[in-house]
Design a protein around this ligand. Structure first.
Ligand SMILES: *Cc1c(COP(=O)(O)O)cnc(C)c1O
Length: 355
């Protein structure tokens, strides 16, 4: 039986997408070949790649002044690729240090230029800092829209007069936003879009060509722009599954509809966390994430008991990250409301038995 999959990443994919993908592993579109066997230079793959790029622009309301790249190395590679291309020793950049991934991004950027930042590490990253000030001449501001581990999310796009860059790995395509405010957006696919192995980078030309250094070919955004992500062999299958997920997202009503569904899932779970006497949320109320819900038991010694009970009813992936403890329910786009309802019922049952 299929479980209720709350894994943080890689994470749940839509079952229809999985079925279509598994058929294509045997044979893609009556081609007499598997999707794993086609050339990345074939017309079939061009159709998949161009289709995925167009759907990304369509969902985000972006015109073709934005390039859409499919790269490898994970979101973590972007932590260095980005400052390699955009920050040099003459310049500075501003970072929000709001979690483990954000902090990794800060550390990498420091190899390339001056980095100023505002941090919420003082309270174990349970909030999004509100007060910070920029000089105004920064090469860019970088932030993480959703902090996957700590369960916080930035609900309002920062108003700054410098290019805006965002790591959207764990909430891309989960809500409507004015994406045209950003100059560069990146996201590893394995949280809300597809399998592990591909990272989406969406960027404007106007950002490039400003640093004074040689950039290795594979790390230069211009290489991948000029070759439309086909400089070397891209991860064909991972891109194909993203393509299927995007197609489904559009068919089901796009970001407006998925946001409504996500809001309902998050509200259902946070209500229970706030009303159940045994559980407590770990993130600041107004900064709570609608993708990764972090919570714990007031009495830590009951943790194993709860996880066992959850396991028995098919709830998977709820153990919290070691840096927060407790539990984390990742409720990405593909997770149905029904799974959240089962989790909520289990929390109630647990309170009845142990309260
Ligand atoms: C998971 C995650 C990353 C790291 O992604 P990799 O693809 O494993 O490098 C970076 N940023 C955020 C916000 C994440 O959730």
């Amino acid at each position: 039986m299929r479980k209720h999959i709350f894994n943080a990443g890689p994470s749940i994919l839509n079952l229809d997408v999985l079925m279509e993908a598994s058929n294509a592993v045997l044979e893609l579109d009556e081609l007499g070949m598997s999707v794993l066997e086609i050339s990345h230079r074939s017309p079939e793959f061009a159709h998949i790649m161009n289709g995925a790029q167009d759907m990304i622009r369509q969902l985000m309301g972006l015109d073709d002044s934005y390039h859409v790249l499919f790269l490898q190395g994970g979101a973590s590679m972007q932590f260095c690729m980005l400052p390699y291309n955009l920050l040099d020793s003459k310049g500075s950049a501003f970072y929000f240090d709001t979690g483990k991934w954000a902090n990794n991004a800060v550390k990498e950027a420091k190899h390339f230029g001056t980095v100023n930042s505002v941090s919420s590490e003082d309270k174990n990253y349970c909030y999004i800092p509100e007060r910070y000030s920029l000089q105004g001449n920064e090469a860019y501001l970088h932030y993480t829209s959703n902090n996957t581990i700590y369960g916080t999310q930035v609900h309002k796009i920062p108003e700054v007069g410098v290019p805006l860059i965002c790591d959207m790995s764990s909430d891309i395509f989960s809500r409507e936003m004015d994406f045209s405010r950003f100059d560069l957006i990146y996201a590893g696919a394995q949280k809300n879009l597809g399998p592990a192995g591909v990272t989406i980078v969406i960027l404007k030309d106007s950002l490039l060509g400003k640093v004074d250094r040689q950039i290795p070919t594979m790390l230069d955004y211009k290489t991948h722009i000029s070759k439309n992500s086909l400089f070397n062999t891209p991860p064909v299958f991972a891109i194909y599954v993203c393509y299927l997920t995007l197609k489904r997202l559009i068919e089901k009503g796009g970001l407006e509809d998925v946001e409504k569904a996500n809001d309902q899932k998050a509200a259902t779970l946070y209500n229970e966390i706030d009303e159940n006497p045994l559980f407590v949320g770990t993130a600041n109320q107004e900064d709570r994430s609608k993708m990764n819900v972090t919570f714990k038991l007031e009495d830590d010694s009951l943790n194993e008991l709860f996880l066992n009970m959850a396991n028995e009813v098919g709830l998977a992936g709820l153990k919290g990250h070691r840096s927060v403890g407790g539990f984390r329910a990742s409720i990405y786009n593909a997770l149905p409301l029904e799974s959240v309802n089962v989790l909520v019922e289990t929390m109630r049952e647990f309170a009845t038995v142990n309260g």
